[in-house]
Design a protein around this ligand. Structure first.
Ligand code: SF4
Length: 211
């Protein structure tokens, strides 16, 4: 067992006990398509903001056909509460058109096809694959990058390198829950600026804290 694997086994029980309910996305959606749109909207925005927006948006627009016929200027005011809403508006419309033309209006279930969609990066694709299709992916966002590096579970300089390191140590059936719990820890305790180490359950194991 490598040092990182052994560290993972020490941390996972504490993580699970500390965040027992944080096992899925906080983003609201009823279909794979709605999930894709919600995850696209969530970049640089909080889940709460996105849920507020999609609660109204998905009442009128919930299929690729609904978005594909819009002009970006028509969608922008509906998603304006999100960061980067102008780019997101263009990407959602283009993605909807591609889903209709190339994927029979369905969300593809492969990383290769998902990352070809405008506005869908590796992290977004991995979240959709994990939640919608139950695939054992390891989505790495800013919280997962920061917290796992601080804890000493990963050292990579890029999200893709960190993803590979975590895939080696996190068993497939634990990846989704691990991802959501680490995000919660990053949002509430291990914040980017001024982590609340005095309130953290990982001080005995954390490389960042020890250093
Ligand atoms: S001890 Fe501090 S740096 Fe380490 S995981 Fe906890 S909050 Fe983050």
């Amino acid at each position: 067992m490598t040092n990182k694997t052994s560290l993972y086994h020490k941390l996972i029980g504490i993580l699970t006990n500390t965040y027992p309910d944080n096992t899925t996305t906080m983003l609201n959606s009823k279909t794979h398509f709605e999930l894709l749109i919600a995850v696209m909207l969530s970049a640089q925005s909080t889940d709460r903001q996105v849920n507020k927006i999609t609660a109204r948006l998905f009442e009128r627009y919930y299929k690729p056909q609904h978005f594909a016929r819009l002009q970006p200027e028509q969608l922008e005011p509906l998603i304006k509460g999100c960061g980067l809403y102008k780019n997101k508006s263009r990407n959602i419309i283009k993605t909807s058109q591609i889903l209709i033309n190339k994927h029979n209006s369905r969300v593809p279930s492969s990383l290769e096809e998902l990352v070809k969609l405008p506005g869908v990066g590796r992290k977004t694709a991995n979240v959709v694959l994990n939640i919608a299709f139950g695939q054992p992916t390891m989505p790495v966002d800013t919280h997962v990058s920061r917290v796992t590096r601080r804890l000493g579970l990963a050292y990579g300089a890029t999200p893709e390198q960190i993803e590979k390191e975590l895939l080696d140590i996190v068993p497939p059936e634990q990846r989704g829950d691990f991802h959501h719990r680490i995000i919660e820890h990053g949002r509430t305790i291990c914040r980017a600026r001024k982590p609340l180490c005095q309130n953290c359950v990982f001080t005995d194991f954390c490389s960042h804290y020890k250093n």
